[in-house]
Design a protein around this ligand. Structure first.
Ligand code: SAM
Length: 205
């Protein structure tokens, strides 16, 4: 009950909280998403901020486990007939009936910081992505600056419960590489903390 109330608050402040960051992030999202084709799995869709950036001829299965976020994403998806939203997490994808066997693209943006078991999630990405498929990633990662990185370690235990499980100290780039993804393109940039964007493929390609 308390958790539901909390998730409601997070969903209602998420877009205003992200507004100034999004002025920059939108360019990174756009660069990655406009190239998508075929069947797409969007992981942790949040309020549906990516929906308007997909080409109109793709088909998107967007998943979002937080019900208040899911409701916002559902509302957003009404404008996009090619996008369906489901109130599930990555761990439940396998149980869905009448879904594609695998996807041409998986999009994972600002999600691996929050997912409880990111190594399990990225292993599931390798399972759900078809052999020629591509993973599109945009994530904030632990700062490489000594002082800022240390500060993030100190602040993280307070930040994480306030920010719906978001971690400031993860290295999602390393987790992804450990799970069997290799970058076709990768870019590290700074926006407050360090950020990582990448187009990745499975190592067996
Ligand atoms: C910081 S928000 C990012 C939302 C959106 N992708 C964006 O770029 O703005 C992280 C989202 O990941 C979702 N999430 C958390 N655990 C998840 C899981 N196991 N599977 C899928 N999504 C998850 C959260 O509910 C939340 O909406």
């Amino acid at each position: 009950m308390i958790h539901q109330q909390y998730q409601k608050i997070v969903a209602s402040i998420y877009d205003p909280f992200m507004r100034s960051l999004e002025k920059v992030l939108i360019q990174h999202r756009q660069k990655l998403l406009t190239q998508t084709k075929g069947y797409i799995l969007e992981v942790g869709a949040g309020t549906g901020v990516n929906f308007g950036l997909y080409p109109p001829n793709v088909k998107v299965w967007a998943i979002e486990p937080s019900t208040p976020m899911y409701k916002k994403a559902l509302k957003m998806a009404k404008q996009y007939p090619n996008i369906q939203v489901f109130n599930i997490g990555i761990e439940q994808v396998e149980q869905q009936k009448n879904w594609p066997v695998s996807f041409d693209y998986i999009t994972s943006m600002l999600v691996l910081c929050t997912i409880k078991d990111p190594l399990l999630a990225t292993k599931l990405y390798t399972k759900y992505l078809n052999d020629k498929g591509k993973l599109l990633v945009l994530e904030h990662i632990h700062s490489s600056k000594k002082l800022y990185g240390r500060l993030q370690k100190i602040v993280n235990p307070v930040w994480r419960p306030l920010a719906d499980g978001c971690n400031l100290t993860r290295r999602q780039d390393q987790i992804l590489k450990k799970s069997g993804f290799i970058p076709i393109y990768e870019n590290y940039f700074k926006l407050g903390t360090d950020w990582y964007e990448a187009i990745m493929k499975k190592t067996n390609q």
